[in-house]
Ligand binder design. Structure first.
Ligand code: ATP
Length: 244
């Protein structure tokens, strides 16, 4: 199984103004893993992802990525190091075509990687997400929620990330589409070997595709363990899985 630590978050604290919302989070992700970050609304999941990718400055502690301290590195400089982030509500460019959105995902890799090579990679995204291929000339804003999520994930994959951060990819999607999106996350890992840190409200679906999980409660790690253990833990079942 995986051995190299891709991400190591050590004792990270974060604030909004005077209010501390992360109280010393320690967690890690090994190469090739899917790790889920679970917890109720307001627990701090998005803030933690934002601290990891440099969108929100950690107040204390450290974030190590691929053996390098990135705690104070801003988001735009973290992406070229190999970390791609698909934020909540996707944030695709609604007035650009599907294809132009995808090009933007690879923009920082050019000219080191040729245009021809990137076009080839975009074709492989169309193979993975055929609906995007069919709609390549359509504006991003005209896609359905599920298709926009696929576009956001496709764009992130074109950064050829060592670590993909996904913030609530199933948010606002119909249950069947949400299931399909999470299934795609699992396939991306098996096809490309991409390491994934996944924030997800739907704990059951997230645990079904994850290797390990952390449960956050008001800014602290409440539980951690293998996804299988968590799925069968009565405390997790009653608090997060709606067990009967
Ligand atoms: P959700 O699932 O609802 O997105 P979450 O677990 O991702 O929740 P965060 O969004 O990280 O939680 O929020 C953690 C805490 O920080 C909450 O108490 C929230 O109200 C607060 N918070 C989040 N964003 C801001 C902000 N921009 N300014 C002030 N407080 C914020």
């Amino acid at each position: 199984m995986a051995s190299k630590t891709v991400l190591h978050v050590k004792n990270v604290t974060a604030r909004y103004g005077p209010i501390e919302v992360l109280h010393g989070i320690t967690m890690h992700v090994q190469e090739g893993e899917i790790v889920s970050l679970l917890g109720s609304n307001g627990a701090g999941k998005t803030t933690l992802l934002n601290c990891i990718c440099g969108l929100h400055g950690a107040k204390g502690g450290s974030v190590e990525f691929d053996g390098r301290d990135i705690t104070t590195i801003p988001a735009e400089k973290v992406v070229p190091l190999g970390m791609a982030h698909v934020p909540e509500r996707r944030q695709i460019f609604s007035t650009l075509t599907v294809e132009d959105n995808l090009w933007l995902g690879a923009s920082h890799r050019m000219p080191a990687v040729s245009k021809k090579e990137i076009m080839h990679e975009i074709e492989s995204i169309y193979t993975r997400f055929p609906i995007l291929g069919q709609r390549r000339q359509q504006l991003g804003g005209t896609l359905s929620g599920g298709q926009q999520q696929m576009l956001a994930m496709g764009r992130a994959l074109l950064a050829r990330p060592k670590l993909l951060l996904l913030d609530e990819p199933s948010l606002g999607l119909a249950p069947l589409i949400a299931k399909e999106i999470l299934e795609i996350v699992r396939e991306i890992r098996s096809e490309w070997g991409t390491t994934v840190l996944l924030v997800e409200q739907n704990a059951r679906a997230a645990l079904a595709i994850a290797d390990r999980a952390y449960i956050l409660g008001t800014g602290s790690v409440m539980m951690e363990g293998s996804a299988k253990e968590m799925m069968h833990d009565p405390r997790v079942q009653s608090a997060y899985l709606g067990a009967h």
